[in-house]
Each structure stands twice: as structure tokens, then as C-alpha cells.
Design a protein around this ligand. Structure first.
Ligand code: NAP
Length: 234
């Protein structure tokens, strides 16, 4: 079956394009989404494009749903017995309308549930399956908005949850390092998706940097923060 890769939020935007690029490389791609319908529609779309490549299969996975994430991991365990690549892509709330001092903390909490606890619970649920892989990789799709070096005011829910995701990336890299799992955070750059809006770069360019980290050789970096394969300041 070759390399088995799972992408969260794979039904649209960067996640969909990451699935396409991984399938083009021959991976068996588990295109996950929080609705099985939208995962199925997106997977059929990629399979219907007829390009040579790996299979794309839909998977239900809402990163905010503890039991659902565990159930998804059980399905992957039953079917494949391992996971080679986990791409934590799903995220919400690019809150350009908020400032830290006046932010609605319910909005911040809701963002954290998806942007921080989502990848965290997904990493926990799939850690055993990653350990069962010969060349495991994890990519946390982050943002330069979470870089402390350049941190300024604005987009507080998004920036703080991405900074925390970067911290989590360091911890997971350290804790999974002995098992050979390469764990990195990647900023795709400003990309023209529903979240990024018009004017960003094409989605294939943003996805390529994520796919780079998802397909690193065993000698590749871990515990890093990258855009387009080049390090970014934390
Ligand atoms: P997007 O177009 O808004 O897509 C977000 C995806 O996340 C959708 O598939 C959405 O599914 C999914 N999602 C949201 N909540 C979920 C949940 N609870 N469980 C599972 N999936 C969920 O965003 P994007 O631009 O592709 O962003 C992808 C990643 O790149 C994010 O991590 C984002 O922070 C990062 N990023 C984007 C940019 C940019 O300029 N676009 C820049 C830097 C970083 P539904 O269809 O069900 O809502």
C-alpha cells in the first residue's frame, strides 16, 4: 500500500491541495474532514481527476471531538496497522477583527480547541500508529503569525494558538524523537484560500512546503519551523 498519510481538514483549501500532492507522490491518502460527506466528495474529486498516483480515501475526523479522533485512529489501526505521515492542517479563526486587549475570550477558547488541542489530541491518538511506521513524519501547519520574534498586536486568537502549536511541535519532536518521528511546524505563507482570502499566493505553492516536511528523508530536520523548506524564527 506504500506510504499511508493522513491530512486533517483535507476537504478544502490547503488541506485538499496537500492531499493532491501526496497522492501524486503515490501515497495512500486518508483525506479527513469533520463531515464524512465533504471528505467523500473531496476524495472522489481527487480520484476522478484520473492522475496517476495513490488512492485517496475519505475519513471522518473532527479534531475537536475526542471520541471521534480515537475512533478514527482505531479505523486506521484496523485497516493499515500504522500511519506514516500525519499532517495537522485543520484550523479556524484568523481573527483580524480582534485585538488582544478587547478580544472575546470565548472566541480565543474556541480557536484553541481546534488550532491547539486539535493537533494535540490527534497527535496523541495517532502516536502509536506513527511509532509503528518505518519513516514516520508529523507536520503541524502553523503560521508566521505565531512567531514570537515578529509578534505584534492583532489576530490574538490565531497568533496565540499558533505560537502554542509551535511550542507543542518542539515537545512532540523531543518526545517522539527516540522513535524516529520527525515533527516540524510549517508556515505555508499567505495563501489564497477561504481563510487567506484573495491576493495570497497559489494554493499549490503553499502546500508544497508542507509536503516537503511530510516527505523528509530520515536524515531530515525535526523540531523546526519552516516555510518553503527554509527555517523561520520561532
Ligand atoms: P481554510 O480554507 O479555512 O480551511 C480550513 C480547513 O480546516 C477546512 O477543511 C475545515 O473544514 C477544516 N476544519 C476546521 N475545523 C475543523 C475541525 N474541527 N475538524 C476538522 N477539520 C476542521 O484554511 P486554509 O487556508 O486551507 O488553512 C489550512 C492551514 O494553513 C491552517 O492551519 C491555517 O492556519 C494555515 N495557514 C493558512 C494561511 C493562509 O494564508 N491561508 C497562512 C498561514 C497558515 P470545514 O470545511 O468543515 O470547515
Amino acid at each position: 500500500m506504500g506510504t499511508v498519510s493522513l491530512v486533517t481538514g483535507g476537504n478544502r483549501g490547503l488541506g485538499f491541495e496537500i492531499c493532491r500532492q501526496l497522492a501524486e507522490r503515490g501515497h495512500t491518502v486518508l483525506l479527513s474532514a469533520r463531515s464524512l460527506d465533504s471528505a467523500g466528495t473531496a476524495a472522489r474529486r481527487l480520484m476522478g481527476e484520473g492522475a496517476e498516483g495513490g488512492e485517496v480515501r475519505p475519513l471522518l475526523l473532527d479534531v475537536t471531538d475526542d471520541a471521534g479522533v480515537k475512533a478514527a485512529a482505531e479505523r486506521v489501526a484496523d485497516r493499515y496497522g500504522r500511519l506514516d505521515v500525519l499532517v495537522n492542517n485543520a484550523a479556524i479563526t484568523y481573527d483580524t477583527w480582534q485585538r488582544a486587549l478587547t478580544a472575546d475570550l470565548d472566541v480565543v477558547r474556541e480557536a484553541a480547541e481546534t488550532n491547539l488541542y486539535g493537533p494535540w489530541r490527534t497527535a496523541r491518538a495517532f502516536a502509536a500508529l506513527l511509532r509503528a511506521s518505518a519513516h514516520p513524519r508529523m507536520v503541524n501547519v502553523s503560521s508566521e503569525a505565531g512567531s514570537l520574534t515578529g509578534m505584534a498586536g492583532g489576530t490574538p486568537a490565531y497568533a496565540v494558538t499558533k505560537a502554542a502549536l509551535n511550542a507543542l511541535t518542539r515537545m512532540l519532536a523531543a518526545e517522539l524523537g527516540p522513535d524516529g518521528v520527525l515533527v516540524n511546524a510549517v508556515c505555508p505563507g499567505w495563501v489564497a484560500t477561504d481563510m487567506g482570502g484573495a491576493g495570497g499566493r497559489p494554493v499549490d505553492a503553499g502546500a508544497a512546503g508542507v509536503v516537503w516536511a511530510a516527505t523528509l528523508p530520515d536524515t531530515g530536520p525535526t523540531g523546526g519551523f519552516f516555510r518553503d523548506g527554509r527555517p523561520l524564527p520561532w
